[in-house]
Ligand binder design. Structure first.
Ligand SMILES: [Zn+2]
Length: 159
């Protein structure tokens, strides 16, 4: 499978394209947050991997952010942050998540990026979704190419 760095680079290139086409991020703070989101979301689909660091990172970040909103008295946002995490950990615990299954579907990326939309708005959401879908697409292309190679090796696909 393409490594974490490869996924980051592909996502960064695609998002740079989006930026050039005219999805503007102007303030330095916004740019910093967006870059961070692109890096994180280029790894998000691999949360379905049992040994992935991204799940632990997202969990820690989610809990810290939730505590901040709890302190502010915004319980609804706490739910928006903690409910998806609870579902993910539940599914992992029950071993219902398999690698490159549900979490590697393009539509699911939109759902996983919902907290970004809720907290930061549409533009960061589009960048997050683009980064995550680029991951799924890269995995898919790589798998397809590998299958073709294996077929050739096994002598199948010959007339
Ligand atoms: Zn993957």
């Amino acid at each position: 499978m393409p490594g974490a760095k490869t996924h980051m680079i592909i996502a960064a290139l695609l998002c740079a394209g989006l930026y050039l086409v005219g999805l503007p991020v102007t303030e330095p703070k916004q740019i910093l947050i967006t870059v961070f989101i692109i890096i994180i979301y280029s790894q998000i689909p691999d949360m379905d991997h049992q040994s992935s660091k991204i799940t632990r990172f997202i969990t820690a970040a989610g809990i810290i952010t939730a505590l901040y909103y709890l302190y502010k008295g915004d319980t609804f946002t706490v739910w928006v942050l903690l409910l998806p995490l609870a579902i993910i950990w539940g599914l992992r615990f029950l071993k219902l998540i398999k690698h490159r299954g549900l979490f590697h579907h393009a539509i699911v990326q939109g759902i996983l990026a919902f907290p970004v939309y809720y907290l930061l708005g549409l533009t960061p959401f589009v960048y997050a979704t683009t980064a995550a879908i680029s991951h799924v697409a890269a995995d898919h292309i790589q798998t397809t190419m590998k299958k073709k190679k294996d077929k050739k090796k096994n002598g199948k696909g010959k007339f």
